[in-house]
Design a protein. Structure first.
Lengths: 281, 419
């Protein structure tokens, strides 16, 4: 049997050419905007002297965790270690990438999640897309990102946004759908507008679940920015990559340790922003 | 519930409003859950039962052709077993569930055809709702829960908090405003639910199994407090319950539901004594009649009685004539003075003394609304019939042992006998 081979690769190439030709201006615009965001954020982070920023982050952790002194101390020590290892600047770039990607991912995921919770059609349409996004190996996203945006921090952010978005979207959707029926009845019975119902009942009640999604989003963003160093995103990930390429265990380990420290701090902050809610039973 | 003297409610006029128009009027209300309501209704009209309709179409006929009227100031109880459609019916009244057909008039306005905007206005101004599971918002403090409805209406913050505080004091939770709902007991949560429902000063309270999730002691307490509160505020309450004792205790009128239809509407007394069909009879069969019947149901006209101005000979004559061993003595205003016995009167006649000297004032009396269960214990400890007196101690009737047994045998027997 000699079946003709389907021209899948050719079709994709044609599509990409078409997009580059006719949507080039859009891609350039997105590219410029993102570069401005991430560069600006990194510069702000670097503008603050490291000791002061360490102090600020420590105080933030202390307050957010409701005066958990032990955790605040661990935070301070971890950050001081990063500074001591001369990884401060790289860490700030990684942080800038994570923050930018997370904000973008949440800006898409939360409104879409709310919309999906209210519309069965949208929910049904989104589900296969999200499944696809989550099952695809993460570095596959790097390919289209590079094709459209070249190398550097911009394609890294795009790939990260795509990778980190699904859990936040799913958990927002889930959180709102799981708001107990009688609380929705309360909202309706007391004459709320749809908007009041969303902001006074659905979102606050779903908040713990949504925050779990935000937490996941940040963690995934951090892991993806490390992988994205393969396409030229700088930061700690690049350091790890170089360590691997040179089989420099010490270098790779130091950078890896810094990533873990940042991950733990981000995780603790996002997990504690919303006070734990007890069930109304 | 501490009924402190706040003036946060407009006191609704009492007697006049009762005689006027119904405040809620439900006409031919129907609700079908499922794909093809029209077909389900056609089947019902051609005489199919709920089960047959379900088998045929997969649709559930939750309510069919329900009509009733609720008067202002009335506690109207919707009662039935689970699945009888009572909660669905209640939710149709504020359109949490959309009726498939029929009309619901609130203050003469049909809410079924209303736009969302108009409906919201009615829900905010006229309807308060209380839920079985309390349904307090877990992220809000108790006070913020109470003022939820006011907040939704856009009432300024200081005004709504002031009112919220007053309501919390009224339900006896004045110190709990800053607590989170999860820290309260069930009874306290439902007080918050009650305060929240009352915050908007609604004319109508919809209560869905409001006390069913509470343990029996707290439940009884809440029922009493609701009656107290109703005495004072005079709202219209539509109360859903599956508990007949609760229905009998609270209801001015009761609508008994079965399979989405109202089987009988009437006062508790009417439902118990004149069950309209076998279903109602079975339903009320288990009722403890001693709690339902009161002194006024079993007492007899006080005959004979002796005036205290009469002499002992008159009293003796009365006792001989009626073949009784004692007689009650009243004054000119029929106020009860006491009782004289046959022996005492004979003694007085012999010694030439007046009635007043031999009168026994230490006799048990009961009020008109004292339940039979309490009278039984009184009568057991007394050799005489029990006198029934009104608020001003005027003799209204007498309860004899035989009358109690008779009443129980007759009314209870009727109900049980044919079940």
């Amino acid at each position: 049997m000699d079946l003709p081979r389907l021209p899948v690769g050719e079709a994709v190439e044609a599509l990409v050419d078409w997009i580059e030709e006719y949507c080039g201006w859009l891609l350039d615009g997105i590219s410029a905007g993102l570069r401005f965001l991430v560069d600006g954020l990194q510069e702000i982070l670097l503008l603050i002297p490291a000791p002061i920023l360490i102090l600020l982050i420590t105080v933030l952790v202390w307050f957010v965790t409701r005066r958990d002194t032990k955790l605040a101390a661990v935070t301070a020590l971890g950050l001081l270690l990063i500074w001591n290892l001369n990884l401060w600047d790289l860490s700030m770039l990684t942080l800038a990438l994570v923050i930018t990607s997370t904000i973008l991912a949440l800006a898409i995921a939360i409104p879409l999640g709310i919309a999906a919770a209210r519309s069965e059609t949208l929910n049904a349409a989104l589900r296969p897309v999200l499944d696809f996004m989550q099952t695809m190996p993460s570095f596959v996203y790097l390919i289209p990102a590079v094709i459209f945006f070249g190398l550097g921090s911009v394609p890294a952010i795009i790939a990260t946004v795509i990778f980190a978005m699904p859990p936040a979207l799913r958990l927002t959707n889930l959180g709102i759908r799981q708001v107990p029926g009688e609380l929705i009845e309360v909202a309706d019975a007391f004459g709320t507008t749809p908007r009041q119902k969303l902001f006074k009942v659905q979102l606050p009640v779903a908040l713990p679940t949504i925050m779990a999604g935000v937490n996941q989003c940040i963690m995934l963003a951090l892991s993806m920015t490390v992988i994205a160093s393969m396409i030229g995103a700088g930061g700690l990930g690049y350091r790890v990559l170089v360590g691997i390429q040179r089989v420099d265990i010490g270098m790779g380990f130091e950078a890896g340790l810094a990533i873990v420290i940042i991950a733990v701090i981000l995780d603790r902050i996002t997990q504690n922003v919303v006070p734990p809610q007890q069930e109304d039973r | 519930m501490k009924l402190e003297g706040s003036v946060i409610f407009e006191k609704l006029p009492r007697e006049d409003s009762r005689s006027l128009q119904p405040i809620v009027s439900v006409e031919g209300l129907t609700r079908v859950f499922g794909q093809d309501p029209q077909k389900a209704l056609e089947l019902r009209n051609s005489g199919c039962s709920k089960e047959e309709i379900y088998e045929e179409t997969g649709d559930t006929l939750a309510l069919y052709d329900v009509s009733f009227e609720v008067m202002p100031g009335e506690i109207f109880v919707l009662m039935g077993l689970s699945g009888s459609g009572k909660s669905t019916l209640l939710r149709c009244i504020n359109r949490l569930i959309e009726p498939t057909g029929g009309r619901i008039l609130i203050d003469g306005e049909d809410i079924v055809g209303m736009s969302q905007e108009e409906l919201r206005a009615v829900r905010r101004r006229k309807l308060g709702m209380i839920f079985q599971s309390f349904a307090l918002l877990p992220h809000r403090t108790v006070l913020d829960n109470v003022v939820f409805g006011l907040e939704v209406q856009g009432i300024p913050e200081d005004e709504r908090y002031q009112r919220g505080e007053e309501l919390l004091r009224m339900v006896g939770l004045g110190d709990y405003g800053a607590s989170m709902p999860s820290h309260l007991s069930g009874g306290m949560k439902q007080r918050v639910g009650l305060a929240r429902a009352l915050a908007g000063d609604p004319e109508i309270l919809l209560m869905d199994e409001a006390f069913s999730a509470l343990d029996p002691l707290i439940r009884r307490e809440m029922q009493d407090e609701l009656l107290d509160l109703q005495q004072r505020l005079n709202r219209t309450i539509i109360f859903v319950t599956h508990d007949l004792d609760e229905a009998l205790k609270l209801g001015d009128r009761i609508a008994l539901m079965r399979d989405g239809e109202i089987v009988q509407v009437g006062t508790p007394e009417e439902i118990l004594t004149n069950p309209e069909n076998a279903y109602v009879e079975r339903f009320v069969a288990g009722v403890d009649m001693t709690k339902v019947l009161s002194a006024s149901d079993v007492m007899r006209h006080p005959e004979p009685v002796a005036r205290c101005t009469a002499g002992p000979r008159v009293a003796l004559h009365l006792m001989e004539e009626h073949d009784i061993g004692s007689v009650f003595v009243v004054d000119r205003g029929r106020r009860l003075k006491g009782l004289v016995t046959l022996d005492g009167t004979l003694e007085a006649v012999r010694a030439g003394r007046g009635l007043e000297e031999i009168i026994t004032t230490d006799i048990p009396t009961v009020a008109l609304d004292t339940p039979l269960t309490d009278i039984i214990s009184v009568i057991a400890g007394s050799p005489y019939p029990v006198a029934v007196v009104d608020d001003e101690n005027r003799l209204q009737g007498l309860v004899f042992r035989g009358a109690i047994l008779g009443a129980l045998a007759r009314k209870g027997g009727d109900v049980n006998g044919s079940a």
